[in-house]
Design a protein around this ligand. Sequence first.
Ligand code: UGA
Length: 454
Amino acid sequence: MKVCVVGTGYVGLTTGVSLAFLGHQVTCVDLDQDKVDMLRAGHCPIYEPGMDDLLAEAAANLTFTTSYEQAVPGADVVFVAVQTPSAADGSPDLRYLRSAAESVAQNLDNDFTVVVNKSTVPIGSGNWVDAILRDSFALRDDRPEQCEFAVASNPEFLREGNAIHDTLFPDRIVIGSDNPRSLEVLNRLYRPIINQTFTAPSFAPRPDDTTAVPLVSTDLASAELIKYAANAFLALKISFVNEIGQLAGKVGADITEVARGIGLDQRIGSRFLQPGVGWGGSCFGKDTKALIATGAEYNYEMPIVQAARDINQRQRAIAVERLQDELRILKGRRIGLLGIAFKPNTDDLRDSPSLDIANLLIARGARVRLHDPIAGERFKREQPELAPFLSETIDGAFDDCDAVVLVTEWAQYLELDWGKVVGLMRTPIVLDGRNVLGRDRMTRLGFKYLSMAG
Ligand code: UGA
């Protein structure tokens, strides 16, 4: 099928490259000429494991352009995946979405095109985009006679760092539209994934247990709400385990055992029950906030979602309190922070716990050293005030430190020769912010081991 993807950010690029890999003819349009040049040269502008390889494998079916005139005409499906940054009041800024929808409408010419909202947008945005499309289309002098279109929602559930795997082998595909023909078109588009008929790339092998992928085909509003509800549920699952973790510390229970003990109940499930400094990234914070805001529009409070947010924020402060309880005085102490990205395998720093923890420590007079295997360059660009505290080497983050905090569980940190680290530090105190280092092991190596649970 012929596909157009508007926006080559994280979601757009992954969608475009994956659909091209599956055999569809994909044109990605982005107004940023530098980005388009880079992609044409076969280079990926985002850090995502495997994306360069997938780009190379899909190259024959992929075109990159800055021109809507080249990308939209003839498309069976147009994905709109532009950025929706937060405005000053926290609400999403839909300016780019509006102008993308207008540009799409000015170039539609197929007998039927599905316009898919792929950006995470507030509930009801499908209807809003539909109205913009219709208004802009009606203003055209060159309106083709036979040209129908409809809006659909097709939320993505991919995790940064696992984007290719999550796109090719998803737990489910959700499509929503109030127009039945759109649902048929999207069903056809995703057939190779639904039936798992494609040959998996060597760098992203098909998991043994993957058979057919369930398709949830529903109305527009339900698809939009599924996206928010899924992210909010995952966020509150993490906050729940972190809340129980604090209680575990107080009553002398081991949160690792508690999480395992509840997670083995299949109704609960063991994933997203990893305790620690909590969630970060661009999605959980933004989406939980938007969900609460949507509730408020209907005069409806959402205290569970609000509590998930509050508990998550509290975890960051608790990390600092743990250090203060142990060191007594934070002023003048040198604290190493391992990991700046909000999770491993990405250089994304948005809402990263590391940044908050660093700022809280600095506010209390501590001297911080931050290290990250990948995100250093981005950190220097995006966080100029904290940039002087970057350590380019791992050893630099330990050197003469009073304590070190594992904030992001990069493999490099897990595989580190921690025995050697003991000798580099002034006092070998480690706060295991992701509950992954093992109390017994670290204690044996000579560390004073602190966990988030106390
Ligand atoms: C999340 C969702 O998992 C995706 O399904 C969704 O598509 C995406 O948001 C989105 O809306 O775009 P992502 O933010 O990339 O994906 O990252 P996750 O792997 O979900 O991790 C989020 C945060 O939770 C990370 O900071 C991670 O360290 C933390 N986390 C995760 C925990 O603290 N404990 C856990 O058990 C799991």
